[in-house]
Design a protein around this ligand. Structure first.
Ligand SMILES: Cc1cc2nc3c(=O)[nH]c(=O)nc-3n(C[C@H](O)[C@H](O)[C@H](O)COP(=O)(O)OP(=O)(O)OC[C@H]3O[C@@H](n4cnc5c(N)ncnc54)[C@H](O)[C@@H]3O)c2cc1C
Length: 241
């Protein structure tokens, strides 16, 4: 069997996998990303609502900050969420939104002046300040205390995925698409990579890595069940509170 060695292996080419691989590469490590589908066809493209971050740019976001976002997220999880992870998430979200803007995500922006919205089935006029004009907008989503869902019209996941994929190309990340991870290679509680199948040729390839990230989308717990031992990574881009 062909064996390929790398510093880091990322399984999955959705938003989570692309972002993880980009971070790894930017820190100077070699990384190979495996994906069944070409990354731009990953399910992340389907997300529409948006990504939460306490930017507080709009009139309905006034007074928002990481602590309010934290509280909302913990309440929203019925106190089930890991609070350390939520803290990292809410503190990082505003930076991530701006970083994604720099990487090409065309976030919908605030327009100064009046606009009509519907709140609790009633038409309400909101007035955005001159200072807010052009800043990243946020809408109401997910029952949060403040409006903090950043979005790109109704194509948030699509535009984020395309921007992330372009960034991965820019970073020259080795993306091996049509490669399906079949089995993790592990011994004594440590993961050494995986065996993957080339879906075009049927060839099996062993990827040996110092670290393996599983970012295979919503079905990861199923994979965990199958493989018994899965290491690293959260699931999903995790961009909603
Ligand atoms: C219609 C819809 C609307 C949504 N709206 C929102 C929203 O508004 N806000 C929000 O926060 N979230 C939303 N979500 C959820 C969000 O889109 C997902 O949680 C997130 O995009 C998952 O990203 P991911 O990278 O983990 O997985 P995915 O984008 O699903 O990527 C999984 C990747 O893993 C690869 N893969 C899978 N198995 C293997 C394998 N064995 N070997 C190799 N590669 C493999 C696939 O090829 C793919 O590249 C929405 C989801 C949907 C479907």
């Amino acid at each position: 069997m062909k064996i390929t060695y790398t510093d880091a292996l990322v399984i999955g080419g959705g938003l989570a996998g692309l972002r993880a691989a980009t971070g790894i590469k930017q820190r100077g490590h070699d990384v190979i990303l495996l994906s069944i589908v070409p990354p731009k066809r990953s399910h992340s493209a389907a997300a529409q609502g948006g990504m939460q971050a306490s930017l507080a740019n709009t009139v309905k976001g006034d007074g928002d900050n990481e602590d309010v976002h934290f509280e909302d997220t913990i309440k929203g999880s019925d106190w089930g969420a890991d609070q350390d992870v939520v803290r990292i998430f809410v503190n990082t979200a505003p930076k991530a939104i701006r970083e994604l803007a720099a990487w090409g995500v065309p976030w919908t922006r605030v327009t100064r002046g009046d606009r009509q919205v519907v709140i609790n089935a009633e038409k309400v006029t909101l007035t955005e300040s001159d200072e807010a004009h052009g800043l990243i907008n946020a809408r109401d989503f997910g029952g949060t205390k403040k409006w903090r869902t950043c979005y790109t019209s109704d194509g948030t996941g699509h535009s984020m995925l395309f921007a992330m994929d372009n960034k991965a190309h820019e970073e020259k990340i080795e993306v091996r698409e049509r490669m399906e991870a079949m089995s993790l290679i592990h011994e004594n509680g440590r993961c050494y990579g995986c065996v993957a199948r080339n879906l075009m040729t049927g060839e099996l390839v062993a990827y040996i890595a110092k670290t393996t990230t599983i970012a295979t989308g919503g079905i990861w717990s199923y994979l965990r069940h199958i493989y018994k031992r899965c290491y690293l990574s959260g699931n999903g881009a995790g961009y909603c509170s």
